[in-house]
Each structure stands twice: as structure tokens, then as C-alpha cells.
Design a binder for this molecule. Structure first.
Ligand SMILES: [Ca+2]
Length: 182
């Protein structure tokens, strides 16, 4: 039996209630990767579409001082509609030995900065582990008006001395999560 009354849907005995003020959640794949510091060893934005072992691998680059992360890249996507929530998740790991700190940030189109208020930081593991950055407050700041573009910045730096000069990290999947609209 399929009955639909407004936002209340009964399908094969499963009740789905949608609050009209929130759309269903959708996953948006990155369409572009831009490396700001570092070098792509293998893979590209399409490697991030699904968790399948096909990965984007990035090597560190020489940077002018220790405040700059030797691996820094941004991922871009375009949302299908306006949204009241926004998060970004990436499944990554360190490839080489050492201790590495990874940070995620959303780009704020109002301030034209990668917003420190969206920052999340943690240590990269040797096995694939997911890290999620959630946009706070009014998320429209993180969505470009003209084309609903969103951008997330991924930064990695070593914690203390690293045993390998050309250290690498890699990423199997990345995605934005937003509302599908009212
Ligand atoms: Ca993949």
C-alpha cells in the first residue's frame, strides 16, 4: 500500500515522516581537487567518489615555515539546493610512518576565509579513518550564492620530527552532506 498525504508517506508498512522545515539529507561528491601545497602522487577527485580502495594520494611539499601545512588541498562540490545543514567527511590515512595532524575547514564566502570556527583537528591513523567537519550556525555563509558551491580545506602536518622526508597521505572517499531542500 502506498499512501501519500503531504509529507507523511507509508510504503510497505514503513512510515517515513518528513518535517517540511527539513529536507532529506543528500550526499554530494567532490567534483574538483586543488592542491595548494603538496603533490598528487596518484588519483584525482573521482577517486573520492566511493570507498573502493582507489585513492587520492598526496605527498608533502617544501613550505617556507612550520606554520604552513606541507599537505594542503581543497575539495569543491555543488549542492543541489539551498540547505539548512552542511557537513564534510573524508576517509583518510597516513601512508608513511610518523605522527601527522590533520585539520578540516569550510570556506566562508562572506569573509573569504577558510573559517576557523569550522575547524576540526585530529591525528591521522595508519588505517582509513573518517573525519567530519560540521558547519555551525547559518550555513548559507559556506554556500556560494551563484552556484551553491561549497569548498572544504584539508591540511596535514607532522607532529614533531618525521622519519620520512617525502611523507604521504591518502584518501579513499570524501563527501559533503546537505539538505535536499524543503
Ligand atoms: Ca575511492
Amino acid at each position: 500500500m502506498l499512501a501519500c498525504l503531504g509529507r507523511l508517506v507509508t510504503l510497505a508498512g514503513i512510515l517515513v515522516v518528513r518535517d517540511p522545515s527539513f529536507g532529506a539529507l543528500v550526499e554530494v561528491r567532490p567534483t574538483a581537487v586543488t592542491v595548494l601545497y603538496g603533490r598528487i602522487v596518484s588519483g584525482d577527485a573521482t577517486s573520492l567518489a566511493v570507498e573502493d580502495g582507489s585513492a587520492l594520494r598526496v605527498s608533502r611539499f617544501t613550505v617556507p615555515n612550520s606554520l604552513i601545512h606541507p599537505v594542503m588541498f581543497r575539495l569543491e562540490g555543488n549542492l543541489p539546493s539551498s540547505t539548512t545543514s552542511l557537513s564534510f567527511s573524508i576517509l583518510g590515512r597516513k601512508v608513511t610512518n610518523g605522527v601527522y595532524s590533520q585539520s578540516l575547514n569550510f570556506y566562508n564566502w562572506t569573509t573569504n576565509l577558510y573559517d576557523p570556527y569550522t575547524n576540526v583537528t585530529g591525528l591521522l591513523q595508519g588505517t582509513y579513518t573518517s573525519m567530519t567537519c560540521t558547519a555551525p550556525g547559518d550555513v548559507s555563509r559556506y554556500v556560494r550564492n551563484s552556484d551553491r558551491k561549497v569548498m572544504a580545506l584539508v591540511r596535514v602536518r607532522p607532529v614533531g620530527p618525521t622519519p620520512i622526508l617525502q611523507w604521504e597521505t591518502e584518501y579513499d572517499r570524501a563527501y559533503f552532506v546537505a539538505d535536499s531542500g524543503p
